[in-house]
Each structure stands twice: as C-alpha cells, then as structure tokens.
Design a protein around this ligand. Sequence first.
Ligand code: C2E
Ligand code: CA
Ligand code: CA
Length: 255
Amino acid sequence: ELSEFYYRQILIEDKLSDAIRNKEMYLYYQPQVDVERNKIIGLESLLRWNNRELGNVSPGEFIPIAEQKGYIIEIGNWVLEESLKTFNSWQQKGFDLETISINISSIELSRKNFRDNLVNLCKKYNVPHSKVKLEITERTLMINSEDNKKKIDGLIIDGFKIALDDFGTGYSNLKTMIDFFVHTLKIDKSLIDKIESKSSQVVIKAIIALSNYFDSEIIAEGVETKEQLDILIKLGCKRIQGYYFSKPLPEQEVE
Ligand code: C2E
Ligand code: CA
Ligand code: CA
C-alpha cells in the first residue's frame, strides 16, 4: 500500500509539472446565496484537474503536492487570471455579483510580486478590487506570520477583500481576528455537519457574535440539507454555500 501511495505521489508530481501547459486544468464555480434576498451574491472558483492517465484528481490531493514542488505559483497565477477573466465576462453580461472568491495558498502569498501581479490582472480584466475576495486559511496567517501579515494589510489597503476559510476548525484563534481586518468569516463544513448538536450551535453563535463585533460578514460552507439551512437562518447566518443550493459548476452551467 505504501509503495502504491508513493508511486501515485510521484506520478502526480510528474504530470502536474505540465498540467497548465497541456491545458488539463479548469475551474468550476460554486454559488454563494443570500437567503434573505434570495439572490446569488458571489461565486467561489474551485480548481479541477483531468489528466489522461490519472483521470480526475481532486484539489485536496494535488494542491499539497503543487505547494511542495513549487508548481502552485504557476497554477495559482492561472487560477487568478482565469477567475478574473470569467468574472469580467459575467460583468459584461450584466450579472449583478458582489464578489468572486479565489483560494490562495500561503506559498502564493509569500511570492514577492503577488500584489503587483494581482493588481495588474484586475486592470487587464477591468475588475474592481472590491469585487475580489481572497480566501485564505488561518494556517496561512500563522506561517511566515509577520511577512504575510504585512502583505495582507497591503492587500486590504488596496481594496481587496479577505475571507478566513475553514473558520471554527482547530486553528481558529481570536488573536487572528484582532490582528487582521477580515471581511468575511467562512464557517467550516465540519461545524455544519454536526449542527444539530448543542456544542456546534454554541460555537456558531459565538462566531456570529464575533463577526458582529468585528463588523465582518459570515458565510456557512458545506450546507447540504434544508434542516441545516433552517438552523443557520435561526442562528442568524444568511449567506450560504453548499450542495443544498448547488454543487460547483462549469462556467456555462452557472450562467
Ligand atoms: P475549500 O476552499 O474549503 O473548498 C470547499 C470544498 O468543499 C470544495 O471542494 C467544494 O467542492 C466542497 N463543497 C462545497 N459545498 C459542499 C457540500 O455541500 N458538501 C460537500 N461534501 N462538499 C462541498 P474541492 O473543490 O474538492 O476543493 C478542496 C480544497 O482544495 C478547497 O477547500 C481548497 O482548500 C483547495 N482548492 C480548490 N481550488 C483551489 C485553488 O484554485 N487554489 C488553491 N490554493 N486551493 C484550492
Ligand atoms: Ca475556499
Ligand atoms: Ca473551506
């Protein structure tokens, strides 16, 4: 089993190096819904990879390898460009969307010209900075914390929005909230999965209170059922992302 595991790792590593050049990557987009206004307010772009030999490989599997091997820089840049290009075409078609959410790994953020590159791409595709929401995890803030903190402060000054992904999981830390002005807290699916439990509801309530205090928005991710939705609405969370409304979809199907 172990040798099979390493064999797959090496195969992925090998195929990943040409994946962008061979046009094997594409993006899906998952709607984020404001249930109060019954309206799609934004979309999160999610990376997909289909390789002839490996078939579909999930980002959960290949992103860590791309990070280790440094391919994430090229891949992440492609994701930024493709997301902004698509968002631009949606703007031109008159879709009224608040934001496009893009996942950023800590290694991309550490890159020296991340900010300049992002600013240039926004210019190229005529996307206002305020429409771009960068999803980062708290772990990203912990790694190289001083350096990354400065970068995020700079991005916020430039008008970009920051969402804290996977909020409410092991890493969550009040200090991060105080140190950064994050625009959005994204309540992790693990809390939604056990939302019927008292403890989960207490944590979600606390996150909502925290977000009110810091004047940030909240969105719940991984919402699959009507029961989960109802409890979230009762607790005061009105922005929802998850299979209940829609799975991530190709650009045309989103339209
Ligand atoms: P994430 O950012 O936390 O994304 C949420 C994941 O949950 C996505 O998986 C999404 O398809 C899935 N999901 C959404 N709603 C539901 C639901 O109701 N039920 C269930 N069971 N799942 C749901 P996906 O697309 O496989 O992505 C996995 C992770 O890979 C992402 O977690 C993110 O950390 C990373 N990732 C994806 N795209 C990119 C990217 O372009 N760049 C970077 N750096 N990371 C990415
Ligand atoms: Ca995300
Ligand atoms: Ca997440």
